[in-house]
Design a protein. Structure first.
Length: 106
């Protein structure tokens, strides 16, 4: 793989990383997983065929890593939010069960 081909694939991986961040901000986990898989194929391809990484490619990889960290942060925040929602629903269900057992006789 030439340096130009490697850089082109890394540029495409960077673009996918930007798209992935946007999708993660919107909370579309399935699309984020699909974009991540496509990006991983590109990165693996570069890693398998390229033995040297120049300074420009190193910057591209650093940008990809930073965007990846941000996307993971958004998805983790969403996951924790869903867990809180499930916990609150569980608390409400237990409260309903407790109060329904103490109905006044008619």
């Amino acid at each position: 793989m030439t340096g130009a081909e490697s850089s082109a694939e890394l540029e495409r991986a960077l673009q996918l990383s930007r798209e992935l961040l946007t999708v993660a901000e919107l909370g579309d986990v399935q699309l984020a997983a699909n974009l991540d898989a496509m990006r991983m194929q590109l990165l693996e391809s570069v890693g398998q065929r390229s033995t040297q990484i120049d300074a420009n490619d190193q910057l591209l990889l650093q940008s990809i890593a930073e965007l990846n960290d941000k996307a993971i942060g958004h998805l983790e925040h969403r996951r924790r939010g869903k867990i809180r929602e499930l916990d609150m629903a569980s608390v409400g269900r237990r409260a309903l069960d407790a109060y329904s057992a103490t109905r006044l006789p008619r």
